[in-house]
Design a protein around this ligand. Structure first.
Ligand SMILES: Nc1ncnc2c1ncn2[C@@H]1O[C@H](COP(=O)(O)OP(=O)(O)OP(=O)(O)O)[C@@H](O)[C@H]1O
Length: 248
């Protein structure tokens, strides 16, 4: 019962069927990758699941309860929390204050929020950044602060939108290690929208592949890399990331 369940989800924009009948389940303690070529519908799916986009049809349920169309903040209080593609930090606030907002956003007091922020920053090994203005820390660290802010909300399900975008190799490696700890030590279910195939292949227990708003494959990373429909979908568009990951 402790899962996030998406059933026959549809999101249509006029005639554009951005999501057209997608079903998936994310369990606690699992890392699920969501991949697909540009325009496949990944962001739309993430937005629909987290209350940022009202679905045209289908259902999203959390622990067996229907939460379709429920507002993002209410979902966050039920411990379904997301991050965004671009780091959306308040640059003039300190790193700790930014992270504190993640705790206050799910109903914590400022006092307990600050305590939680410091705990989470220490857990991630970022305590030395706590008092610096968020805008003054490097891009890679800002991305980790976004994860820290999400963790301050004590998620049970954490949805990460392109967490490796703009990270160098060492930073991606750290992201992979952080995400594993979030799963293993916090028991969180993680859904990862990501273009970096090497991150997907190293990290995910299962991979869900979208193309043109529909599911074309679901399975463990090694199977997905060999899946003909997946390879075709990638080769047909932006040119073979899956093929590349297979040979890398
Ligand atoms: N607000 C909107 N209005 C109209 N069409 C939209 C809207 N948002 C997305 N779309 C369309 O829905 C389809 C899916 O877009 P989406 O951004 O979800 O894909 P994606 O897989 O996240 O792509 P990318 O990897 O490039 O971020 C695309 O055809 C896109 O043009």
């Amino acid at each position: 019962m402790d899962d996030l369940d998406v059933r026959d989800l549809q999101v249509h924009f006029g005639g554009v069927k951005a999501i057209d009948g997608v079903s998936l389940t994310l369990s606690q303690g699992e890392i699920l990758g969501l991949i697909g070529p540009n325009g496949a519908g990944k962001s739309t799916l993430l937005n629909a699941v987290t209350g940022f986009q009202r679905p045209t049809g289908g259902m999203v349920s959390l622990d067996g309860r229907d939460v379709t169309g429920v507002a993002p903040q209410r979902l966050a209080r039920r411990r379904l929390i997301r991050t965004f593609q671009a780091a959306r930090l308040f640059p003039a606030l300190s790193v700790a204050e930014n992270v504190e907002l993640g705790a206050v956003g799910v109903g914590g007091s400022r006092r307990s929020g600050l305590r939680t922020a410091r705990e989470v920053l220490a857990w991630l090994g970022l305590e030395q950044l706590a008092d610096r203005p968020a805008g003054a820390v490097p891009h890679g660290a800002q991305r980790r602060v976004c994860v820290a802010r999400a963790l301050a909300g004590r998620p049970r399900f954490l949805l990460l939108d392109e967490p490796a975008a703009g990270l160098d190799e060492d930073e991606s490696e750290r992201l992979v290690a952080d995400a594993r700890r979030v799963r293993d030590e916090l028991g969180c279910g993680l859904l990862l929208v990501e273009h970096d195939m090497s991150v997907i292949m190293r990290l995910c227990d299962r991979v869900h592949v979208l193309d043109s708003g529909a599911t074309i494959a679901v399975g463990p990373p090694a199977e997905i890399q060999r899946d003909e429909a997946v390879v075709r979908a990638y080769l047909g568009t932006s040119g073979g990331e899956v093929e590349h990951a297979r040979t890398a």
